[in-house]
Design a protein around this ligand. Structure first.
Ligand SMILES: Nc1ncnc2c1ncn2[C@@H]1O[C@H](COP(=O)(O)OP(=O)(O)OP(=O)(O)O)[C@@H](O)[C@H]1O
Ligand SMILES: [Mg+2]
Length: 330
């Protein structure tokens, strides 16, 4: 009796309103919604090569350079201008190529991180930011031919997946001489090569080459009682490329990147003084959520080695190792 009633009810329901409830259609709809939601969630978290993940923040970079980057008035000015112009140019003729020069601990790697974090939402962790360290990736001069091929393939592959990639070459002065020339075709004024355009890519070279020359100029200013901020790019912009071009161990020795003018900016990093080291110590305290302690900052700065030996003007290691010294004085 019960069964007959149920069957009757179902048949009636189907005849009365076929659209009342269609389990398969509904389930499909729900499934489609779940897939859609999944896709949205995935693209929300999954980095992609578009404006939602790559968006240059000019004000952010300016503020970071003003507040976090000490003693580098030339580098700050040139970097901000170079990146802003490049980012605003929708049809650049070539990729942006920056070469950063200075002694150890003056902020070359640090500023590269600031640049990356104001261009890519994921900063240095972005899958579009690629870093090569000469001593790690290209340690053997004898392997130069293999490195050349690998480097070209790596760059081509990455730029074809995302034109707005950034490549940072650290320690180029330790690269086998001639290796950097293998990327010359990518830095040139070509529309595209094998269907890949490099015009929206950023290449950054970091090296110590030219650092001693920069220090010499900074010291001359100091000796003549001139303000460090009076040093202009024009005081160094010819000296640095000349020096690195003629130095076999600069990574840019006799490179066609220089004589074909493919490097857009040579950016000098000045050696840091006592007052900058103090600022680095205070900045490190802020990062560690410590109360700013001027006395500790003084102790840390005093504990650094300075050169020249007699005048003790420039910190020999710049702001390197400040973090570990802070632990000691805390
Ligand atoms: N000009 C600077 N302004 C602020 N902090 C700095 C500056 N220079 C260095 N620092 C601090 O010191 C640390 C070490 O500096 P960084 O690694 O950038 O030096 P570098 O120039 O890349 O040296 P190297 O040539 O040895 O690689 C940075 O992480 C940063 O905390
Ligand atoms: Mg570095």
């Amino acid at each position: 009796m019960q069964k007959t009633f149920t069957a009757l009810f179902l048949v009636t329901a189907v005849f009365v309103n076929v659209n009342a409830f269609e389990p398969f259609t509904e389930a499909r709809k729900v499934l489609a919604e779940i897939v859609k939601l999944g896709k949205t969630t995935y693209s929300f978290f999954q980095e992609s090569c578009d404006d939602s993940w790559i968006d240059f923040n000019s004000t952010g970079l300016q503020v970071d350079l003003e507040q976090k980057f000490f003693g580098q008035h030339i580098a700050s000015k040139v970097l901000l201008k170079a990146i802003t112009d490049f980012a605003n140019n929708k049809t650049p003729k070539k990729p942006l190529v920056l070469s950063l020069h200075g002694l150890t601990g003056t902020g070359k790697s640090f500023v590269s991180q600031l640049l990356a974090s104001n261009i890519y939402k994921k900063g240095m962790s972005s899958s579009f930011v690629h870093q090569f360290v000469a001593t790690v990736h290209f340690p053997y001069s004898s392997e130069i031919d293999i490195y050349k091929t690998q480097l070209q393939q790596w760059i081509k592959g990455n730029v074809s997946s995302c034109a707005r990639s950034m490549f940072i070459f650290d320690e180029i002065d330790k690269m086998p001489p001639g290796l950097i020339d293998s990327i010359k075709p990518f830095l040139d004024y070509y529309d595209n090569q094998d269907g890949v355009s490099y015009r929206r890519t950023i290449f950054i070279f970091l090296s110590h080459a030219g650092g001693e020359r920069i220090k010499q100029v900074a010291f001359e200013f100091w000796e003549n009682g001139k303000d460090r901020e009076e040093i202009q790019l024009s005081d160094l912009e010819e000296k640095v490329p000349l020096e690195v071009f003629n130095n076999k161990y600069s990574g840019l020795w006799h490179t066609s990147l220089i004589d074909k003018y493919l490097i857009d900016f040579f950016i000098p990093f000045l050696p840091l003084e006592y007052r900058h080291v103090r600022l680095c110590a205070l900045a490190e305290m802020a990062i560690r959520n410590m109360e700013p302690d001027e006395d500790i900052a003084d102790k840390v700065a005093k504990d650094m080695m300075y050169s020249p030996q007699e005048e003790r003007v420039f910190s020999s290691k710049g702001c390197k190792k400040i973090a570990s010294k802070l632990v000691y004085y805390k």
